[in-house]
Design a protein around this ligand. Structure first.
Ligand code: F6R
Length: 600
């Protein structure tokens, strides 16, 4: 949540900052700002709204070779110009951008900043005011910065400029992502390498509780006690074109289209030259040694985890529990003797999941992260990582990461089964290949699905998704997709559960989307459809070839029964896309949301 960017170099910084913020907009987009420091002093531009609005506001005649910028997802204080970053200290000397949440901001305000007049309602402003206050005693910016950072509790990625020093950007990080990018005669700071790929692909990871002094031609990393650290840069493995829309009107559409490519890439990456499944031996050992798996994830990744549980239990015979990460710390289950924790996260930065990872590492348990971003916090801090190979996902609504997560979980399940000597009755790569082909077919049926969307969801306020067995898990994902981007109130239910209360909401014309891909529940889910139709529902049945009946609205190609979620989710994603488009919603950046949820 929130994106920060900074530049210090020889050239005008405006375009690097604005372009960087555009690339970071997926992290939050309710307000934005940049601060540019030049020989005339500090120039501050802030707006409520998107980066496009900020672009219009920035004075193109202001040139500066250093600056910092921010795009916000509000936590403390509503989206407004006053609450937008950068924030300035009362004296105007210090200017700062921040991503994260300062948990003890009230205490700091009370203990150090009595009498200071605040301009915003943010937790961030206390940091810049504190630095200014400490500077009055220290008369040294670095010392004041160190002291202020030591006083903070919570999560932060911070970039600070001192308007009396046009040689330095001061940076600090704890729990929120932050990288320093290296250039020739310039350096950059960013929440994500995507922001500054146009100018460099060389990056330094910054770890928690480190302070970085960024100058035009040097970068110094220190611990909080002042010890200087050496660190080798790495090359970011993302292609700048991966993060462009190209000819697509929306990232979501592009990313849905990329799903068969991602599945084929996963097939390639997880097989050796003999076509056999290949996984890191340490991961294999961890899967053999554990007596129970605890999957921890949020949102769409949680839904992928539910499918993963089914795959691992059915194929490998290892018991699996799936937990929503934000609840795990309070509702911690009784753990088995030899647990293995699997974190599923597209971004690898979800703060709720990270909190669980920190806790279970303290308890000494092993952790595997399944993520689209190797090098992300959850990947670095776990013992093992499995990569999704889906390519950057920019649209806030997750699509290709969900299907990639299920495919990688299938590989993990099948590999564990094989190592345990279980004879699989199918060829996994062949079945995943069939899934990829089915996805191609489904993506070519967009027009038909757009018509279905018009017929069933044009004016509705609400919608229900039902399914049994694996279809239930996909119903949860289908309803999340629809609600998050079209704002239609949508809920997913186990087919048998609706009549235990929710059926009271069914009125004449209420859309009920029913998934029918599992032979053993074909008749029972169709029975549930009859129950809602009898009460006036407008049933939209999506079935699989071989199980279809005459009145079904849409039939997906046949795939292996265990892998139906990979195919059945596609029409639900497309329906959500068109529902949002028809309602004039911002498909890629739905209201109130952000792509990477880095606050708990
Ligand atoms: C929904 C969506 C979210 C994420 C959730 C977890 O489309 O994208 O529900 O799945 O915020 O994010 P990651 O997977 O990055 O941990």
């Amino acid at each position: 949540m929130c994106g920060i960017v900074g530049y210090i170099g020889q050239n005008d910084s405006k375009e690097v900052l604005l372009n960087g913020l555009e690339k970071l907009e997926y992290r939050g987009y309710d307000s934005a700002g940049i601060a540019l420091l030049n020989e005339n002093g500090l120039n501050l531009f802030k707006v409520k709204g998107r980066i496009a609005t900020l672009r219009d506001k920035v004075d193109e005649n202001v040139h500066a070779t250093m600056g910092i910028g921010h795009t916000r997802w509000a936590t403390h204080g509503e989206p407004s110009v006053d609450n937008a970053h950068p924030h300035q200290s009362a004296s105007g000397r210090f200017t700062l951008v921040h991503n994260g949440v300062i948990e003890n901001y009230q205490d700091i305000k009370h203990d150090y900043l009595q009498g200071v007049e605040f301009k915003s309602e943010t937790d961030t402003e206390i940091v810049v005011q504190l630095i200014d206050k400490l500077y009055q005693e220290e008369q040294n910016t670095l010392e004041s910065f160190h002291k202020a950072i030591e006083l903070l509790n919570g999560s932060y990625a911070i970039a600070l400029i001192d308007n009396q020093d046009n040689e330095t950007i001061y940076v600090a990080k704890n729990k929120s992502p932050l990288l320093v990018g290296l250039g020739n005669g310039f350096n950059v700071v960013a929440s994500d390498a995507m922001a500054t790929l146009k100018v460099t692909n060389q990056y330094l990871e910054i770890h928690d509780k480190e302070i970085v002094i960024v100058k035009r031609d040097s970068v110094l990393i220190q611990t909080l006690d002042g010890t200087v650290l050496e660190r080798e840069p790495y090359t970011a493995q993302i292609d700048a074109s991966d993060i462009e829309k190209g000819t697509y009107p929306h990232f979501m559409l592009k990313e849905m289209d990329e799903q068969p490519i991602a599945i084929r890439k996963i097939i390639n990456e997880y097989q050796d030259e003999n076509g056999e499944l290949t996984l890191d031996e340490d991961i294999r050992a961890a899967m053999q040694e554990c007596d129970r798996i605890y999957i921890i994830a949020a949102g769409t990744s949680y839904h992928a985890g539910l499918v993963g549980k089914n795959l691992i239990e059915k194929l490998a015979g290892v018991p699996v529990e799936v937990h929503v990460s934000s609840e795990f710390s309070y509702n911690t289950p009784l753990l088995s003797e030899k647990p293995l924790f699997i974190f599923i996260s597209q971004s690898g930065e979800t703060a709720d999941s990270r909190a669980v990872l920190v806790k279970i590492k303290e308890m000494g348990y092993p952790a595997l992260t399944i993520t689209n971003v190797p090098g992300s916090t959850l990947s670095r801090e776990a013992d093992y990582t499995l990569h999704l190979y889906a390519g950057p996902e920019i649209a806030v609504a997750s699509t290709k990461a969900y299907t990639a997560q299920i495919a990688v979980l299938a590989i993990l399940a099948a590999d564990t089964a094989q190592i345990k000597g279980v004879d699989l009755e199918f060829d996994l790569f062949q079945e995943l290949g069939i899934v990829a082909n089915a996805m191609d077919v489904l993506m070519d049926q967009k027009e038909e699905l757009e018509q279905i969307t018009r017929s069933y969801l044009a004016t509705t306020r609400n919608a229900f998704f039902i399914g049994r067995s694996l279809d239930y898990y996909v119903s949860l994902e289908g309803s999340l997709k629809l609600k998050e981007i079209s704002y239609i109130q949508a809920e997913g239910f186990a087919g048998g559960e609706l009549k235990h209360g929710t059926i009271a909401l069914i009125e004449k014309g209420t859309p009920v989307v029913a998934l029918v891909t599992q032979e053993q529940v074909n008749y029972s889910i169709r029975g549930n459809v009859q129950e809602v139709v009898a009460r006036g529902a407008n049933a939209l049945i999506i079935s699989m070839k071989g199980l279809e009946q005459d009145d079904d609205a849409f039939v997906i190609p046949r795939v292996h029964e265990l892998f139906t979620p990979l195919a059945s989710v596609i029409p639900l994603q497309i329906i959500a896309y068109f529902a949002a488009l028809h309602r004039g919603c911002d498909v890629d950046k739905p209201r109130n949301l952000a792509k990477s949820v880095t606050v708990e």
